[in-house]
Design a protein around this ligand. Structure first.
Ligand code: DC
Length: 216
């Protein structure tokens, strides 16, 4: 049976770690839709596109290919998995993901990717907009403090020296922007199962999702 699993939630909730685990457990493909928005942001940033100019954005998008290849994010054939994770691209992605042509292009691509095989996608609007008809929807979240702490630990582990208040401020701003944009804002679908992960690790969350999927 082909299945589409939608995992939505705010940044730092651990969605991608969980989605990767579920994909491995069920033997299905993982689609990181945030990476796709980040790749578009990187492209527009590099091209110096004026993002208030709809024509310019459309032109910049027309010659753009994005592929997810075994965990790597490819932009016009270039592996951009590293560059799309910088704070600059992260902040810009929040802005460019609010643009209609960007969302139209990526939503169409995501629907094609999930049309013929079983997939798990994580993002902000998968259950509400990309695959509203799928029966497997999860909204994974955690308190802002816990999410900031996780992001802080992740950055420290990677050798950075982050400032906690700054990390928390950036997360709060992104939450606000993602929830208040006009197009497909971050929202829990009415029929999505809510999983609050403050007291859970990624394995436990993945186990909960696998159990719910297998039960149906
Ligand atoms: O999940 P992430 O942090 O990698 O996402 C990067 C940005 O892309 C984030 O600001 C929200 C946006 N995004 C979106 O608008 N819709 C999605 N389905 C996934 C991400």
């Amino acid at each position: 049976m082909r299945m589409v699993i939608a995992v939505d939630g705010p940044s730092g909730a651990g969605k991608s770690t969980v989605a990767k685990l579920v994909a491995a457990k069920l033997g299905i493909e993982y689609i990181d839709t945030g990476a796709m928005y980040r790749a578009v942001a990187l492209h527009l940033l590099r091209a110096g596109t004026d993002i208030t100019d709809a024509e310019a954005v459309l032109a910049a998008l027309s010659a753009l290919t994005i592929d997810l290849d075994g965990g790597r994010t490819m932009l016009n054939g270039e592996d951009v998995s590293g560059p799309i994770r910088t704070p600059e691209v992260t902040a810009f992605a929040s802005k460019t993901s609010a643009l209609a042509p960007v969302r139209e292009k990526l939503v169409a691509l995501q629907r094609r990717m999930g049309a013929e095989k079983s997939v798990i996608l994580d993002g902000r609007d998968i259950g509400t907009n990309v695959f509203p008809d799928t029966e497997f929807k999860f909204f994974v979240t955690a308190s802002p403090e816990v999410r900031a702490k996780r992001r802080f630990d992740e950055m420290t582990e990677k050798g950075g020296a982050p400032d906690f208040a700054e990390v928390q401020g950036a997360i709060n701003k992104r939450d606000y922007d993602d929830m208040h944009r006009a197009l497909n804002p971050l929202r829990q679908a009415d029929d999505a199962a809510l999983i609050v992960t403050d007291e859970m690790d990624a394995e436990q969350v993945a186990g909960r999702i696998v159990e719910a999927v297998v039960r149906k």
